[in-house]
Every structure is written in C-alpha cells, then in structure tokens.
Design a protein around this ligand. Structure first.
Ligand code: GAP
Length: 400
C-alpha cells in the first residue's frame, strides 16, 4: 500500500489538493481543492448523479440550504446526541454552531452535520410536487460540517467535507430487499469510479456502535494507507426521521397509497457516500510506481471516466511554427469534443510524458513532422508507454 505522505505531496505539487488557508500555515481539518482535484471531484459527483439520479425514474435531486431551522436538528436528535467523547469522558457535540440574524433577534443554528437533514424536511414538498409512487428516493450532494475533535489522515477526517446521500423511501415491510439492492449499488459505484472490489470490505455494525437513528448499518470499509476504515455507510433509518419531524413540526408526513388507500409513514434506506473519502480511496487505488525505459516513474492509473485531463496535445518542437500551428488545430478540434484537454509545450517530450503520467492523463498526442505529411499523430498510452500512429480525424473516436 502506498505511503499517505506520497499522495499528500503529489496532490499539493500537482494541484489536486492544498492545505486550507495554506499561506497561514493551514487550518486543521480544512482542505482546498485545486484545478485537478476539482475536476476529479466533479467527475466522481457526475458519475454518482448520473448513476443514481438522472439515470433512474424513481429519484428526485435537491439542493437544500446548509443552515436549517435549528428545530430540525433538535427533532433529528443531533442537538442532544451528535457528540463524541473528549478526554476525561465528557461528551462534545460536533455540530458547528452559528448565529443567524443581528443582535437580540439572532438565533443559534448549526451548519448541517449531514446532508440527510435537508432531504427529510423536503419529503412533503417532493410528494406534493411530484406525487411519486413508493419506493422512491431523494438525493443530494453537498457540504457537511463536523467539528471533529481529531481531524486526521489528510481528507479522510475533515471538518468540512462533502457527502452524496440518498434517502430511499419504502413501505415499512419492504426494507430488507431494498437494503440488499442498495448494497449492490454501492459496489457498482465503486466499480464505475475505479475503486477495486478487492480493497472494499463490508462490516455489519454492531447494535452498540450504530447511530441513534439506525436499526441496521453496513459500513463499507476501504484499505486506506493508514488501515481499514469506513468509506461509505448504508443504514436502515426506519421511520425515525419522518416521525420525529412530523411530531416536532406538527405537519403530517405520512404517505397515502393511492391504490390501497392505506396511510403510513414510509421507512427509509440511506446509502451515504463521502466525496472526499471516495477521492482518497481512488488516489490510493491508482497511485502506481514502476520503471519505464529503465527510469523510475510515478503515475495515476485513473480510468477515463474520472481522469481530470482526458488527453494532452504537444507539438514535438516548440520552435517550429508549422508544428505548433498544426498541434494547436488538433488541440482546438479535440477541445470542442471534450473540453478537458491540456496543451503542453514545456520542456522535452520525455518530461511532458512524466508530467502527464503523474496527473493520470490516459493519452498524450504528439504532432510531429510526419503529421504535416500524412495527418497522423503519435498517441502514447499512459500505462504501457506504447505509442501508435493515429489519423487526426479518428482521434476523438479512439481516444476520448
Ligand atoms: N447521513 C448519514 C451519515 O452522515 P456518517 O457515517 O456519519 O453517516 C457518512 O457519514 C459518510 O460521510 C461517511 O461514510 C464518510 O464517507 C463521510 N464522512 C463522515 N464524516 C467525515 C469527515 N469528518 N470527513 C470526511 N468524510 C466524512
């Protein structure tokens, strides 16, 4: 397993992830994504959204406010129960408090510790707007905040992080099968982003270790460089949340089955994915060191779907205007098809290859003197280092 320090250093050097407030010496538990980390994160979130929201008929996406009426966090049990033990055994509530409004009019509220809260309070809105039939889900991707007592292991345990969550509503008697099918979906998502099945392990969470709202939880653990730790969770939250919000708000949150006329509070299965933990598991999975042309190299073996840069285009020589002009035209043509194409004319070709390898670009395209004669370029594969000649007009079909 790769050393975490190597990943942290590559991430900073190559513009994936920087320490938060870096010029002030950082700020524990906060991280800033640079251009390549952001592109990687967007790819991961888009794969998730396409797989679980846009690609299905039974899912409704929302983007709720991060700061909610504090009564919602009282009802959900977070004000009284979302706490970790400190040294000395005292409990510390890890929700970040903030005050909303000015002076005497101000109210204490919290930055949401999970995106799930915004989903439950919108259950009725979605039912009223779309009249979905059970089972159906509401999904959200967004920031969550926890005042972790001991943030550590890079982006693994941060104080500001991002979640991709689904609350999937079912009839009370249907939860077991749905739980099983989400269990498979979690593995399908890992396969799509390129986290190998062999590094992911399911752990049945014991009664005493489960969150206050859950009757069954499976943690999906990953073999991180610092040990086997939670990557995602899958929980059966029963009707705990809807029931608690209905009682606290005095709004009826029951669901009426149009066919049978029955009225009940749906139960919920919750697959919860951490974006940043996905990024870290992915980086640990793809980080590779080998020897190419008898020189050591480091590369990131991203699949094409997540790679932040899909291809790089170079002119063989920077000081030959006809090569540069041709290479620019190839670059511009490809960029219209796939915007995440990079131009590089710095240093020699070998150095450019190594730079692209280190950020995980699957293919490098070089325009050389042959291109001017027969309109072919060299396409060099990241993993094998092998090169082949490809006709310019075929490039987008073969490579992107
Ligand atoms: N809504 C359920 C929930 O929030 P959780 O197990 O507390 O459950 C879900 O969090 C996921 O969010 C975790 O599996 C992990 O991927 C991510 N996560 C939780 N705390 C985190 C932290 N401090 N830093 C980074 N990711 C975190």
């Amino acid at each position: 397993m790769v050393d975490l320090d190597k990943i942290v250093s590559l991430c900073k050097r190559r513009g994936f992830i920087y320490p938060g407030s870096d010029i002030y010496g950082g700020f524990s538990g906060f991280w800033d994504y640079g251009p390549l980390g952001l592109a990687l994160k967007n790819n991961v979130k888009n794969i998730w959204w396409r797989m679980f929201v846009d690609g299905r008929e039974d899912m409704y996406g929302i983007d709720a406010a991060i700061i909610m009426n504090p009564r919602a966090w009282e009802a959900s049990g977070h004000v009284s129960g979302f706490a970790d033990p400190m040294e000395g055994g005292n409990m510390f509530n890890t929700m970040f408090k903030t005050s909303v409004g000015a002076g005497d009019e101000s109210t204490v509220s919290y930055l949401r510790p999970e995106t799930a809260g915004g989903i439950f309070v919108n259950f009725k809105n979605i039912v009223d707007s779309f009249h979905p039939k059970l089972p159906f889900g509401i999904a959200q991707i967004g920031k969550a905040f926890r005042n972790e007592i001991a943030p550590r292991d890079f982006i693994f345990r941060a104080r500001e992080f991002e979640q991709m969550e689904i609350e999937y509503f079912v009839r009370p008697d249907a939860w077991k099968d749905v739980f099983e099918s989400w269990r498979e979906s979690v593995h399908a998502f890992n396969a799509a982003v390129g986290i190998p099945q062999s590094s992911v392990h399911e752990l049945e969470v014991l009664d005493e270790d489960r969150a206050h709202y859950s009757k069954r939880t499976i943690d999906f653990e990953f073999d991180f460089p610092f040990g086997r730790k939670e990557l995602y969770g899958l929980a059966y939250r029963t009707d705990f949340d809807l029931r608690a919000h209905a009682e606290s708000s005095s709004v009826d949150l029951s669901y009426r089955d149009e066919q049978s006329g029955e009225t009940f509070i749906p139960h919920v299965i919750e697959p919860s994915f951490g974006v940043d933990r996905t990024i870290l598991a992915l980086l640990a999975s793809v980080y590779t060191e080998d020897e190419l042309g008898s020189e050591p190299r480091t590369y990131l073996k991203f699949n094409k779907a997540v790679a932040p840069i899909k291809a790089a285009v170079f002119p063989l020589l920077k000081n030959k205007p006809e090569l540069v002009a041709k290479a620019r035209s190839v670059y511009e043509m490809l960029k219209k098809v796939e915007p995440r194409i990079m131009w590089d004319d710095n240093g020699n070709i070998g150095k450019r290859y190594r730079r692209q390898d280190e950020i995980g670009t699957p293919v490098c395209i070089t325009v050389d003197f042959g291109t001017l004669e027969d309109d072919t370029v060299t396409a060099r594969d990241r993993d094998s280092g092998q090169q082949e000649r490809v006709t310019v007009s075929e490039l987008h079909k073969n490579l992107l």
